[in-house]
Write a protein that binds this ligand. Structure first.
Ligand SMILES: Cc1cc2nc3c(=O)[nH]c(=O)nc-3n(C[C@H](O)[C@H](O)[C@H](O)COP(=O)(O)OP(=O)(O)OC[C@H]3O[C@@H](n4cnc5c(N)ncnc54)[C@H](O)[C@@H]3O)c2cc1C
Length: 403
């Protein structure tokens, strides 16, 4: 039996495992088993973060049980603590203790986490948008704030702008401030895509978001955030969108990391013989571009699918194919009909951008059933807090026995 072990139930892991398991079910591969190890029993779809805040998408639709997504894949619910490349084993801490999972081929898709190590107090007193439980709790918390209270969002990328605008639209009684270290928000789009960036900033402003330029979040305490060099902002709500740090797995870090702590891969998405990586944890050479692919969901989906396809080719003894996805662009939503996007270098704003992003996200939601339900619910308008179903934890994954 050839054991393929996939680490992480995010975009990279799900699409890699799905591609290989489809080849197995189609009868293309025999004697191959796919095991996916994930710290969480669900796959989280982060693209709808702002829409979960505004109530257009239910929190439970932004996460899907892995059991539903990956028929035929053995699932292990546990956190990987180390990889032993020599012994070809992975140590996994499960509810019933630490177990070793052996592999012939390893796919690393463990992604990244909020860069809380950069700001003292952020992990303890800040709010994260990445963790779906945290997002649901933030939604409830925002509803409890008194009129005039300040919400501080740190970071002026698309995620920060979308979240700040969504909060201001959903809770017009609150003061939403967005702090960022540069002179202008969305620096990654400027100057080439100034029109898209300016439109996004105008949408945030018209929702009531107040921008605090040249302000770096330096510390967070229960009383608020400290902005360098301007001083304190009194608030009970500091939300971080300052960036992500790749997960570093002991045993893999000595395989070669780039300056951002990501595993360096070749054009075929291999880190080393028998080890593949993609998504936020990997520095994959960008086809036709300079440096590594950007860290976002679309790239992670394409990395995962390509790793899966190359694994199938490898097991069939065929030549591997280099990764050639050229990228698509960026997009963000600021309310129905108000989108901002750069697609293949073309700048879109308003309905065209909103619709493109809406269709794109529904297409890429890993569960068609939930995608159709989410799409249908837009017709009903925002879901009121009372209508949002209390989150039901999904069935936990099979906890692996020490077979
Ligand atoms: C708030 C927010 C909004 C975003 N919005 C967008 C957007 O609109 N569009 C876009 O393209 N991108 C967006 N992104 C970025 C996108 O979510 C990431 O680029 C993408 O999730 C990366 O996919 P991945 O497979 O590398 O990692 P992830 O999707 O993060 O998956 C990693 C998986 O590994 C698991 N894991 C981690 N450590 C371990 C361990 N030690 N053992 C076992 N399992 C482990 C995790 O539980 C998770 O299942 C957003 C990100 C955030 C945080």
């Amino acid at each position: 039996m050839t054991e393929i072990v996939v680490l992480g139930g995010g975009y990279t892991g799900v699409w890699a495992a799905r591609t290989v398991s489809r080849a197995i079910r189609a009868g293309l591969l025999e004697g191959v088993r796919v095991t996916l190890v994930s710290a969480t029993p669900e796959h989280s779809f982060h693209g709808w973060t702002a829409e979960v805040i505004t109530g257009h998408v239910r929190p439970e639709h932004a996460r899907v049980p892995l059991t539903q997504l990956l028929p035929g894949v053995r699932l292990v619910h546990g956190r990987v603590s180390a990889v032993d490349v020599g012994a070809r084993t992975v140590s996994v801490a499960t509810a019933s203790g630490t177990t070793q999972v052996g592999y012939d081929q390893l796919v690393v898709g463990v992604g990244s986490f909020d860069a809380t190590e950069r700001v003292p107090g952020l992990a303890e007193h800040g709010w994260s948008l990445k963790d779906p439980d945290g997002l649901a709790a933030l939604r409830t918390h925002l509803g409890t704030l008194a009129a005039g209270e300040t919400v501080l969002v740190a970071g002026a990328g698309f995620t920060g702008l979308e979240a700040a605008t969504a909060i201001a639209q959903r809770h017009p009684r609150l003061r939403v401030k967005l702090a960022h270290p540069g002179t202008r928000p969305l620096p990654m789009l400027r100057p080439r895509f100034d029109r898209v960036a300016d439109y996004a900033v105008a949408q945030a402003r018209s929702a009531g978001v107040e921008f605090l330029p040249d302000s770096r979040l330096a510390e967070v305490s229960p009383d608020g955030g400290w902005l360098d060099p301007h001083g304190p902002i009194a608030t009970r709500t500091v939300i971080s969108t300052i960036g992500q740090t790749p997960v570093a797995l002991p045993g893999l870090v000595d395989q070669g990391l780039d300056g951002g702590g990501r595993l360096i891969t070749d054009l075929f998405l291999r880190v080393a013989p028998r080890i593949w990586a993609g998504g936020d944890v990997a520095a994959v050479p960008q086809p036709g571009g300079e440096g590594a692919c950007p860290a976002n969901a679309l790239w992670a989906i394409h990395h995962g699918t390509h790793i899966g396809a190359n694994l199938v080719r490898h097991l069939l003894g065929w030549r591997l194919r280099p990764f050639r996805f050229p990228g698509l662009g960026h997009g963000a939503g600021f309310g129905v009909g108000r989108g901002a996007a750069e697609l293949y270098g073309v700048q879109l704003t308003g309905w065209a951008a909103w619709l493109a992003r809406w269709l794109f996200f529904h297409w890429y939601m890993p569960s068609r059933r939930i995608g159709v339900r989410t799409a249908a619910e837009w017709l009903l308008g925002p879901v009121s807090d009372g209508r949002v179903a209390a989150w039901q934890p999904s069935r936990s994954l099979q906890v692996m026995s020490s077979e």
